[in-house]
Every structure is written in structure tokens, then in C-alpha cells.
Design a protein around this ligand. Structure first.
Ligand code: B4P
Length: 188
């Protein structure tokens, strides 16, 4: 079962993905983590994307598309992926369908975590204290949230049309959201 988890920055995509991975023996494909790894390893790609991420912008569809294809093509992960942070744009959503078709797979469900800008700001400032992520500041959080609002609408309608979308109230506690997600997955 392949799952997409979608939502604004700081909605809890990574937090909930880790829980789903453990409970349902899936593999997490976090584009944010993959990109941060490139930066950490000071690869050529890392140098290119570092300023983009720290400026609150999205990395190009082409770069992220290449990173995810390597993961999808790997037989170990076949039909066991939770896509955390991908797709973020309509082009990425269409690319994901193309890639999954190429490797004979499908998306079973799209979980959308809804949270307000106020909550996002609060969580990102708390995360900054714990993880020291260079893109975690109030200004960047606001910018990323606004960018999300612009690019997410077409992605939401895309998945709504194919009846894959489940909207979850992301304002609850981590365990309340865990339970809601489990209920949805187990009802499939
Ligand atoms: P991501 O790594 O995807 O980061 P995120 O959206 O900020 O966070 P997430 O929603 O996973 O929140 P988390 O669980 O940590 O992206 C980073 C950057 O990479 C992007 O800005 C972009 O530049 C680039 N990028 C990534 N994917 C891309 C793509 N497809 N295309 C182009 N560029 C891409 O939760 C946040 C905090 O809240 C945590 O500290 C957590 O403990 C806390 N929290 C979570 N749920 C909570 C709850 N229910 N209650 C209270 N606290 C909670």
C-alpha cells in the first residue's frame, strides 16, 4: 500500500509518517530528508539546493523527481512507500502517477493534514529549538505557508477527483492524529 501524506510546512507530515512506517511496516520517502542529506554531505547537488531551501522556496521538480525515482524503482520498497512531502505541486503529482505506472504501482490513499498558520509558526519555532534546522524561522515559515497555499490547491483537487483524498484535522495531539490515521488505513 502506497500512501501520500500532504500538508503545509510543520503540519506533522514527518511525525505521522514515522508512526505509519512503524505500525504498518512501510518505508518513508521524505523529500525534505533526502534534500537535507544532500546538503549535509556537501554534494554538488547539496550546494545548489541549500540556498533554495533556506529561502523557503521549493527545489525544482526535476531535481526532486530524480531523487524519488531511485526510491520507487527499488524492489524492496515496492508498494510499501509513504510519500512524505511529495508531491507538492500539480506537476509533481502528475509525475508521481507516471513513475508509479512505470514501476507498476499505485497510490492507495492521500492523507491531507490541515493546520492553521498560527499552529505552524508555533510548531516550527519549537522544532527549531530541538533540531536546529536552518529553514526554521518565523519569516521563512510564513513564506513557506503562503507558497503552500498557492501550490496546493491544484494538488488537492487532483486527488479529490480520483477519490483518494482524506482530510485530517492536524490541530489535534500527535496521538489523536495517529488514531485517526490508523482508522482510515484500517478501513481500506
Ligand atoms: P519538509 O522536510 O517536508 O518539512 P516540513 O514540511 O517543514 O515539515 P513536516 O510537515 O514534516 O513537519 P514535522 O513532522 O517535522 O520540507 C523542507 C523543505 O524541503 C521545503 O521547504 C522545500 O524547500 C524542500 N522540499 C521538500 N520536498 C520538496 C518537494 N517535493 N519539492 C520541492 N521542494 C521540496 O512537524 C513539525 C514540528 O511539529 C515537529 O517538531 C513536531 O514534533 C511537531 N508536531 C507535529 N505534529 C504535532 C502535533 N499534532 N501537535 C504538536 N506538535 C506537533
Amino acid at each position: 500500500m502506497n500512501i501520500v501524506i500532504f500538508g503545509p510546512p510543520g503540519a506533522g507530515k514527518g511525525t505521522q509518517s514515522k508512526f505509519i512506517v512503524k505500525k504498518y511496516s512501510l518505508y518513508q520517502l521524505s523529500t525534505g530528508d533526502l534534500l537535507r542529506n544532500e546538503i549535509k554531505n556537501q554534494s554538488k547537488l547539496g550546494t545548489k539546493i541549500s540556498s533554495i531551501i533556506n529561502n523557503g522556496e521549493l527545489v525544482s521538480d526535476e531535481i526532486v523527481g530524480d531523487l524519488i525515482e531511485k526510491f520507487i524503482a527499488n524492489d524492496t520498497y515496492k508498494d510499501k512507500i509513504i510519500f512524505d512531502g511529495y508531491p507538492r505541486t500539480l506537476d509533481q503529482a502528475e509525475n508521481l502517477d507516471k513513475l508509479l505506472k512505470k514501476y507498476n504501482q499505485k497510490i492507495k490513499i492521500v492523507l491531507k493534514l490541515s493546520v492553521s498558520l498560527e499552529t505552524v509558526k508555533k510548531r516550527i519555532l519549537e522544532r527549531k529549538n530541538k533540531e536546529q534546522r536552518t529553514d526554521d524561522s518565523e519569516d521563512i515559515a510564513i513564506k513557506r505557508f503562503k507558497n503552500y497555499e498557492k501550490s496546493s490547491e491544484p494538488v488537492i483537487s487532483y486527488y479529490n477527483q480520483s477519490n483518494l483524498l482524506k482530510v485530517i484535522n492536524g490541530e489535534g495531539s500527535i496521538s489523536e492524529i495517529n488514531s485517526e490515521i490508523s482508522g482510515i488505513i484500517e478501513a481500506i
